[in-house]
Design a protein around this ligand. Structure first.
Ligand code: BGC
Length: 571
C-alpha cells in the first residue's frame, strides 16, 4: 500500500550562536590547498536502466594541449555513447580523452563533455578522478595557482574555523538570557547575530550594529582564536512559503539586496581591523530549498515561491552574497541547507544539492566561496534518534512506512547532514566542506522523552513511542511546544560536522500567534497559532505552536523557560 509523500516545508530560520566559552580545542587540520584539477561529474538524468552524465574538468596546473580523464565504477555501469570526448572503457575503468577540437586546456580553464550509459542495481558515483594521471578534487599538499595563502599569513582559512577557537557571545542576547530566572546557566553560550534587515548593519534603534559586534568580538578574542557567527538573511521576497519572516525587500528588489545590504556588509567585514577574526556566515535560511519543494505542481507550492523561482532572485542573491562575502579572506560561508524533515525525501535531496550548486556558481561565485552548509537552522529536528534507524523494521514493515517518517530517507539530523555532505561533494562542492547543525532547540528532553523503543504492535506504535522529536508533525516549525535546548555548541562533534551551533538564539520567537501590526515586514502565519489545523506543508495537522507568542525575532520568555526545562542534555 503506498502512501503519498508530502514534500514538507518546515522551518523558519533562526539562529543562535556560540558562547565565549572555548569550544573544545581540536587540532586544526590546516594545510595549504593545492587542488591540481577539479572534475565535476553530474548525473543529469537517470532511469531504471540508464543515465546521462555531464562532466566538467577544470585545470589548475600548467596549460595542456591534450588531456585524458579517468575514473572507475563500483558497479556495472557501461558507457554507450558520448559527445565532446573520446570515450573508452576497459572493465570498470573509463577514459575520456580530448577530441581534436577541444584539446587545449589553459591554466584555470574548463572543458565539458557528456555521455549516456547503462547500469543495473545502484548507480554509485565514481569517487576518484585523475587528469593525466594526477588525482583531482583533492589537495596535493603543494602550492598551486589557485591556492589560498598559507595558514599563519593573514587571511589564511583553516579547514574547520571552530577548531581551537572560542565563539562570540552576543551581549544583547546574553543580557536577555541572563535576566530570565535560571538563564545564567546558558547566557554565556554563543549564538548567531542575525542581520535580518538593512538597518541591522548600523544597528536597529539603540541596538548594536555589525561594527559594534565585531569590535566586541575583538575584545572577547584577546590573543585566542574566535569565531563570529553572522546570519545573512534579507533576500528579496524572503520566506516565500510562510509569512512570519517575510522581510523588507519585495520579490524584484535584487538591486537593493546587492547594493544596500550585501555590499555594505562585505565592506565592513573586509576592514583590516577585523582580519584576525574567523567570520562564519550562515547564508539565507529557508530560501533555495523552497524553489525545489514549494513550486510548480507540488501540492505544497505557493504563488510567492513560484515567483521567486521564475525571477531567479533567490539564486542570484545567494550567488552574489557568496561571491562578495567569499572575497573577504577571513569569511567562511555556510549555506543554509534546510533539514532532514524537509529535503530528506528522494525527490528533494538531489534536486536541492543541484540548486545549491547553481546558486554557488551564479553572479561570479564559485564553489570555492562555499566553506560548508548548515542544517536545522531554527528548526526542531532531533539530532539523533536512538530508538530506531532508517533501516529498522517492525514485523517486516519498514519504519519508512510509518506516518511519522512517511518515506523519508532519514530519521534524524546527524545522519542527514552527513549524507547530504556527500551528495554536495558529488555535485561538485569541494571535498573538504564541513557541516554545521543548529542544536539550539532540538533537545527534546524533559518528562515526555521516551526512555526506550515504542511497542512493536505496528510501525506507528514503534516509531511514535520511541521518537524523541515530540512534534505533532515534522512539518511544524513555529515555537514548538515541548522542545528543549539541544547539544551545547561544540567543535568537530562528529565526522563531517564542523560544529554544533546555536544559530537561532533560544528565546527568540519564530512568529506571532496572532496578527501584530509591525514595521519589520513580518506577517502573521497561522502555523504560529496553536488553534490552526494546518496546510499541506504539515499534513494538515495542528501547528503545535505555543500560545501568546510575539513577532519573529522578539523575546519570548515562556519559550525560553520551556527550552531550559526540556534541555537535553539537561542543564
Ligand atoms: C526573524 C528575525 C530574527 C531571527 C532570529 C527570524 O525568524 O525573522 O527577525 O532575527 O528569527 O531570532
Amino acid at each position: 500500500m503506498s502512501r503519498t509523500r508530502t514534500a514538507l516545508l518546515a522551518a523558519l530560520a533562526l539562529v543562535a550562536g556560540a558562547a565565549g566559552t572555548a569550544i573544545a580545542a581540536v587540532p586544526d587540520d590546516v594545510g595549504a590547498k593545492a587542488i591540481p584539477c577539479t572534475v565535476d561529474y553530474k548525473v543529469q538524468n537517470q532511469w531504471s536502466t540508464g543515465f546521462t552524465t555531464a562532466v566538467t574538468i577544470t585545470n589548475n596546473s600548467a596549460a595542456k594541449s591534450s588531456w585524458a580523464v579517468k575514473w572507475s565504477y563500483a558497479g556495472n555501469q557501461t558507457v554507450t555513447n558520448g559527445w565532446n570526448s573520446k570515450l573508452t572503457q576497459s572493465g570498470t575503468t573509463v577514459t575520456a580523452a580530448n577530441e581534436t577540437y577541444n584539446g587545449s586546456l589553459a591554466t584555470g580553464g574548463s572543458v565539458s563533455f557528456g555521455f549516456n550509459a547503462t547500469y543495473s542495481g545502484t548507480n554509485a558515483l565514481p569517487t576518484t578522478f585523475t587528469l593525466d594521471g594526477v588525482t583531482c578534487n583533492v589537495d596535493d599538499g603543494g602550492g598551486g595557482p589557485t591556492d589560498p595563502p598559507d595558514p599563519g599569513t593573514p587571511g589564511a582559512k583553516v579547514d574547520n574555523p571552530y577548531s581551537g577557537a572560542k565563539v562570540y557571545v552576543n551581549p544583547e542576547w546574553s543580557a536577555k538570557a541572563a535576566a530570565e530566572p535560571g538563564g545564567s546557566r546558558i547566557s554565556s553560550q554563543p549564538t548567531g547575530v542575525w542581520l535580518d534587515r538593512t538597518a541591522a548593519i548600523e544597528g536597529v534603534g539603540s541596538g548594536m550594529g555589525l561594527r559594534d559586534h565585531l569590535d566586541e568580538a575583538l575584545e572577547q578574542k584577546g590573543s585566542d582564536q574566535l569565531v563570529v557567527q553572522l546570519v545573512i538573511y534579507n533576500l528579496p521576497g524572503r520566506d516565500c512559503a510562510a509569512l512570519a519572516s517575510n522581510g523588507e525587500l519585495g520579490p524584484t528588489e535584487i538591486g537593493r539586496y546587492r547594493t544596500e545590504y550585501i555590499d555594505p556588509i562585505a565592506a565592513i567585514l573586509a576592514d583590516a581591523k577585523y582580519a584576525s577574526l574567523r567570520i562564519v556566515t550562515t547564508v539565507e535560511i529557508d530560501s533555495l530549498p523552497n524553489l525545489v519543494t514549494n513550486t510548480g505542481s507540488r501540492p505544497t507550492a505557493t504563488p510567492e515561491c513560484d515567483v521567486m523561482k521564475a525571477n531567479g532572485n533567490y539564486v542570484k542573491g545567494v550567488g552574489y552574497a557568496l561571491n562578495k562575502l567569499g572575497d573577504v579572506a577571513n569569511v567562511y560561508n555556510y549555506v543554509d541547507a534546510g533539514h532532514h524533515g524537509w529535503i530528506g525525501w528522494d525527490d528533494n535531496f538531489g534536486a536541492s544539492a543541484t540548486v545549491f550548486k547553481e546558486a554557488a556558481t551564479a553572479e561570479g561565485a564559485t564553489v570555492n566561496d562555499v566553506h560548508g552548509f548548515i542544517t536545522n537552522t531554527a528548526n526542531y529536528s532531533a539530532l539523533k534518534e536512538n530508538n530506531f534507524t532508517i533501516g529498522s523494521t517492525v514485523n517486516g514493515t519498514s519504519v519508512r512506512e510509518s506516518d511519522w517518517v512517511d518515506w523519508n530517507r532519514y530519521v534524524d539530523e546527524l545522519s542527514f547532514a552527513q549524507a547530504f555532505r556527500t551528495q554536495l561533494v558529488s555535485v561538485g562542492f569541494n571535498s573538504d566542506i564541513g557541516m554545521l547543525i543548529d542544536t539550539s532547540r532540538n533537545g527534546w528532553g524533559g518528562t515526555a522523552r521516551p526512555t526506550g523503543p515504542g511497542a512493536t504492535t505496528d510501525v506507528d506504535t514503534y516509531v511514535n513511542g520511541g521518537r524523541y522529536d515530540r512534534r505533532i508533525h515534522i512539518g511544524n516549525w513555529c515555537n514548538q511546544s515541548g522542545a528543549g535546548l539541544g547539544e551545547r555548541p561544540q567543535a568537530a562533534p562528529a565526522t563531517g560536522i564542523d560544529a554544533y551551533v546555536w544559530m537561532k538564539p533560544p528565546g527568540e520567537s519564530d512568529g506571532s500567534s496572532s496578527a501584530i501590526p509591525n514595521d519589520e515586514g513580518k506577517g502573521f502565519d497561522r502555523m504560529c497559532d496553536p488553534t490552526y489545523t494546518g496546510n499541506p506543508r504539515n499534513g494538515n495537522n495542528l501547528s503545535g505552536a505555543l500560545p501568546n507568542s510575539p513577532l519573529s525575532g522578539h523575546w519570548f520568555s515562556a519559550q525560553f523557560q520551556q527550552l531550559m526545562q526540556n534541555a537535553y542534555p539537561a542543564l
